[in-house]
Each structure stands twice: as C-alpha cells, then as structure tokens.
Design a protein around this ligand. Structure first.
Ligand code: PMP
Length: 409
C-alpha cells in the first residue's frame, strides 16, 4: 500500500460514492473529514464515559474530565502555549473572536479608539469587531490587499498609531490561501504595545504554529477544520491579557463563589468556559491533533509534502491553461487552496456540474464579501486540499472542470 492510501484509509468518508462516482472532496477549507481515531473516541464517549466534566465525584465524570483536560494539554503542546490556563475551549473560531472582541473591547476600547483588521478577513474577523466598535464609538480600519493577494504592509504601518487598541489579522486567508507575514505584523504592532489576534482557522491546518515564537497575543481556531469534532474551538490568549479581561458569558463552572450580592470568578481557563462545554467534542482534539502531527512527521510527512508541492504546481499550471480563468491569490507562500473564476461560467453552475461528477467544491462569497468586492466579483469557485488529497484527484478535478466549462460555453 502506498503512503497516500495509508493516510486515506483512516477516513471512512473519503471512500464513499456520490451520484455513483468516487467522491473527490475538495471543500476542506470549510471542514475536514474525520479520521477513525476521532470517530472511535466520539463513539466510546457517547456510549460509555459520558458524564459532565468538572462536576461530580464519580468515575465517569472523572474519566471525562481527564479526557477533556488531556485534550487541553495536547492543544497547549501543539501550539506551544506556555501554560494550559492560556488555552480556552470555545465552540470555534467565530466564538473565540467574539469572546475577545466582546470582553477585551469592553475593557480596553473607548470612544475615539480604533481596531485594525486585515482586508482578507473572514466575516467572523470583521463583524465582531464592528459590533465592538459600534458599542465603544471606535473606528474600524482595514489593511488593504494587493492585487496578488498579499497584505499591503506599508499601508498597515501608516494605520498604526496610539488610537489603535487591537489588530486582528488572518494567518491564512480562506479565499486566497496566502500565508500572511504575521510575525512582521505582530512586531510592528508591538512597537506601540498593541496586541494582535491571529485568526488561525486555516493557519492551524497548514502552518506550524508556535504561539510563543510568533509572539501573538491571541490565536484562535476551530477543531472541525483540523480533523476534530464540530462545535469545538480554541482561544489561546496571553495570560496577562486573559486575566485582565472580564468574563464573557456567566453561568456554571466559570465562578468561584456566587451570592446575590456579588460573584467572584474562577481562575483561567474556566473563567471563560461558562456552562456545560462540548466536552466530548473537545476531547477529540487530542486524537485529531496527534493525527495532524503524524501527517507532518517522518516518511508520511515527507510524502504529504511532496504530494502537496506537486498539487500546487499542477493546479497552478492547469488553471492558467483554461481560457478566461482568473486565479485569486497569486503570491508565493501559498497553501493548496485555489479560488478562481472562469469567464462565461457562473461559479454556482460550475459547482453543480462538478458535484454531479463526484467533485465537492465551494462557491459563493465564502464569508468574505469585502474581499470579493475588492476583486470586483460576487462569487468564486474554491478547491481546497488537505494531506489526504492526491495529485490524481487534482487531475480528475481539472478534467471535470474542463468538461463543465465546455458544457457551459
Ligand atoms: N476564519 C477563517 C479564515 C475561516 O476559514 C473560517 C471558516 N471558514 C472562520 C474564520 C470561521 O470558522 P468557524 O465557522 O469554524 O467558526
């Protein structure tokens, strides 16, 4: 068995047929398929170790708490956070950004201040900041995107001043697939003591993340894009900031003592984990991240890297050969993610035809309407790959795409 088959056999979903055709799943930037280790843990926990975390003096609750806290340690190690208390479980990237935008801004954002976001931002890295700015009477500023998809760092430097209270940028855009120079962005902001939040929804999957080396103040991501259960996510935060921030949601588990007169709060990380969390889902972050590590190491890691390089080269050339095809995000330092338009073909028509051939892609504005506007379009087609995708699938995709284009023109 080849190494790619060895990887793929972990994913039951990849073996299915759609409309009688072998599934070619290229909508990975939206969500990943799940490996057996994750599915097995979900089954074991729902069918066995099921009890609420942190709450009861009995074996099942203890076991669940161990699995939940074990996953937190695994996340800590995966991103090299300095301590487990800096790793907050949330329901996903969106929830993590809303937590920071709400809690941090309530404390630190005042009238006349400003927040900077990157122009390639997902709606979840725009709207929460807009809401916070509206409440505070602050201004939202945007780092422009250049024609090749890179962020304009000269403009960014011009936007930075003492009014800016936080910078929130994409690690990797879910439309352009370009790895942004987040370290440089952070260094510039830190010169003025401005904290930086990095949206790592795509970054955690495709880059090696070391939050201490990156020196970010917040790093957020979703479990479901990196092989774990849906409804799971992480907010990494610098300890001093998390400590200074007020609780976001109130309820069980986030308190120390409660009286009608006054409530005091639990220590980190529980201060930000009100209510029953998705503890079974969060526990799957451990097998999921161990799996992600396995994909990066040794001969498997080498095979994955080689296949990825071949896919990027093949896809870039093949798309360029299609008449009237515009690829968005042409800068170097790119992950295997390709958003494009083809003259004379509506993205949704292309996606529907591809679907009938077994190929799953994403179309629409991909939760990035301002970025679509920047490129003068309302929609794109996106094919996004993960390490379980093969060059053969890329070739099949291009063959199907050409067929679909011929049918539509
Ligand atoms: N940011 C980016 C870059 C994303 O790709 C996504 C998911 N498409 C999100 C934020 C939001 O993630 P979630 O829906 O899992 O909260």
């Amino acid at each position: 068995m080849g190494l790619m088959e060895k990887i793929r056999e972990n994913f039951p979903a990849l073996g299915q047929k759609v409309y009688g055709k072998d599934l070619v799943y290229l909508d990975n930037a939206a969500t990943s398929q799940k490996p057996k280790v994750v599915l097995d843990l979900l089954n074991e926990m729902y069918g066995g170790t099921n009890a609420n975390v942190h709450r009861a003096m009995h074996k099942l609750s203890d076991d669940t708490t161990m699995l939940y806290e074990g996953a937190r340690e695994c996340v800590r190690e995966f991103i090299n956070a300095p301590g487990k208390e800096c790793v907050i479980f949330t329901s996903g990237t969106t929830a993590s950004i809303n937590l920071v935008a709400s809690s941090y801004c309530r404390k630190f954002l005042k009238e006349g201040d400003a927040v900077i976001v990157s122009g390639d931002s997902h709606h979840s890295n725009i709207v929460p900041w807009q809401l916070a700015c509206e409440i505070a009477g602050a201004e939202l500023k945007v780092i422009p995107v250049k024609d090749n998809g890179e962020l304009d760092l000269d403009e960014y430097r011009n936007l930075l001043d003492s009014r800016v209270k936080i910078v929130a940028v994409e690690h990797i855009s879910n439309v352009l697939g370009i790895i942004n120079p987040v370290k440089e962005i952070i260094q510039q902001a830190h010169k003025l003591n401005i904290p930086v939040l990095v949206d790592g929804a795509q970054g955690i999957v495709h880059a090696d993340v070391d939050v201490q080396e990156m020196d970010c103040d917040f790093y957020v991501f979703s479990g479901h894009k990196i092989y774990a259960a849906t409804g799971t996510g992480i907010l990494y935060g610098r300890r001093e900031l998390l400590e200074a921030m007020p609780p976001y949601m109130g309820g069980g588990d986030m308190v120390d003592t409660v009286s009608f007169a006054k409530t005091t709060y639990a220590e980190l990380p529980l201060k930000f984990e009100a209510g029953t969390p998705h503890f079974i889902g969060q526990a799957t972050l451990k097998p999921a991240l161990e799996f992600a590590k396995w994909l990066k190491e040794g001969e498997i890691g080498k095979a994955v890297k080689e296949e990825e390089e071949k896919i990027i080269e093949y896809m870039t050339n093949a798309l360029a050969q299609i008449e009237g095809c515009t690829l968005y995000g042409t800068a170097e330092n790119k992950i295997p993610l390709f958003s494009f338009n083809i003259e004379g073909c509506f993205p949704s028509d292309l996606a529907q035809l591809l679907d009938k051939m077994g190929v799953a892609v994403r179309t629409g504005f991909m939760c990035c309407e301002p970025l679509m506007t920047r490129f003068g379009v309302t929609s794109m087609v996106r094919a996004s790959f993960l390490p379980y995708n093969t060059l053969q699938e890329a070739e099949y995709f291009i063959k199907c795409l050409n067929r679909a284009v011929n049918m539509l023109r």
